[in-house]
Design a protein around this ligand. Structure first.
Ligand code: BTN
Length: 247
């Protein structure tokens, strides 16, 4: 499992600067330290301090997964982090489908599921310049490829994508991300997101203001929010974590 810049670039339709690391704290941290002007990819097969959403860590053991961050110039219309995350989820699923026999699903908002287990996660962040103006969006993606052993807290819920050639995956995800980012305003992105939803039509649980809610996931709105229904009342979730109720 060796990353190779030329092999990755061969999948990209436009020039992408590629920075590879044997090991690094976090590719999102590196992208933030560097704040690029163009499109830049940071990738590794080992992170010592991988980060997930809401302050969680992302387990990134050596040589069993791909951990990558694509830094893209921010445009006015592209500041909706939630929608960018939705587009990134579609990009990852399509890349995986095109390279393997599996068809992943998406658990709102950023989790990629295979056979009911989380096999990949996405962390989108904005990076500002010294004047505090958002300058770039960084999309971090952690993909378990052949990771089989997980820390106890994730053991029941974590899975993997299987044995996909790492450079093909890295290059194809990058190319699909660039394409989805360029078409953020197309309805087709959210339609594709909904088609792959692991949540819509299911009973979910979430906590808001310390109150536990049990609701049915109904739809995704134009900004990537999750519309849920509880006792006849519709609510749109734009942050937080949901869990799917089984049975
Ligand atoms: C999540 O599951 O909450 C999101 C996980 C995102 C992990 C990726 S791995 C590459 C990039 N670097 C990080 O530190 N995080 C993201």
């Amino acid at each position: 499992m060796k990353l190779n810049p030329e092999k990755i670039q061969a999948y990209c339709p436009e020039p992408v600067a590629v920075c590879l690391y044997d090991s690094i704290d976090s590719t999102n941290n590196e992208a933030k330290r560097r704040v690029d002007h163009g499109i830049c990819l940071y990738a590794t097969t080992h992170q010592t301090a991988g980060r997930g959403r809401r302050g969680h860590s992302f387990y990134s053991p050596k040589d069993t997964g791909l951990y990558m961050t694509l830094s893209l110039p921010l445009s006015e219309s592209a500041a909706n982090v939630q929608k960018i995350t939705c587009a990134a989820a579609v990009a990852v699923c399509e890349a995986v489908s095109s390279l393997s026999g599996i068809d992943p699903q998406i658990k709102w908002v950023n989790d990629i599921y295979v056979n009911g287990k989380k096999a990949a996660g996405i962390l989108t962040e904005l990076v500002s310049d010294s004047d505090n103006r958002p300058r770039a969006v960084i999309i971090g993606i952690g993909m378990n490829l052949c990771t089989e052993r997980f820390p106890e807290e994730f053991a029941a819920s974590a899975g993997n994508l299987g044995d996909i050639e790492i450079n093909a995956l890295c290059g194809t995800v990058t190319a699909k991300l660039i394409d989805c980012y360029a078409h953020l305003d197309d309805n087709s992105i959210l339609e594709k997101y909904k088609e792959r939803s692991f949540c819509i039509g299911r009973t979910i649980r979430y906590t808001q203001n310390e109150i536990i809610h049990i609701a049915t996931a109904i739809d995704i709105d134009d900004g990537g929010g999750l519309i849920v229904e509880e006792n006849g009342t519709l609510t749109t979730l734009n942050s937080g974590e949901i869990s799917i109720m089984i049975g």
